[in-house]
Design a protein. Sequence first.
Length: 216
Amino acid sequence: MSLIRFPNPEQAAVEGIVVIGGELNAANLLGAYRRGIFPWPIDGWPLPWFCPEERAILEFKDLHIPRTLQRERKRAPFHFTIDKNFPAVIQSCAEAKRKDEDGTWITGEMIRAYVELHGVGRAHSVEAWEGDALVGGIYGVDAGGAFAGESMFFKRANASKLALLYLIKHLRQRGLDWLDIQVMTPHMRAFGAKEISRREFLARLEQSLARGLKLF
């Protein structure tokens, strides 16, 4: 197994790229997330590892839940689990059709690596079920007391949003007060997410890891 020696992400080159290439495995993923770095495949490139200059986060004190979603939360026919079927969640995220996107960055190699990371207790999923059917979910990475959300999917309206709220409730109960969402989306901005500088993000990450919270 080849381990990547990640440099200080504040020295990231163009477009927030810290490293290009290297083996995609559980050890390298965990080493990256503990430094605020994540992989994002680009067609035709060796694997780039990023730490953007602007980082999107959601502070739970700023969480905004629209009234329509609050009502749906009370009446939706879903139940939620944690880590009941991580492989199915990440596979469903890879297969999800997204507006203005062709294909997916969640390649077969990425799926294998994150399933491996799940196997060592560092990647986790929340599943939304309607009866026995998996209808939504979210997965992400516990870097050792800080959590990075990776991707979501839904097959029923609001299933992924409610899975996110279930995850936030769980993390709050474990003492965490924020979520790394990496890159801003309109969906997450509506929940109250904001962008901070890379330097501020890395300081926040370091503080959270120092607390050593047991999130799962």
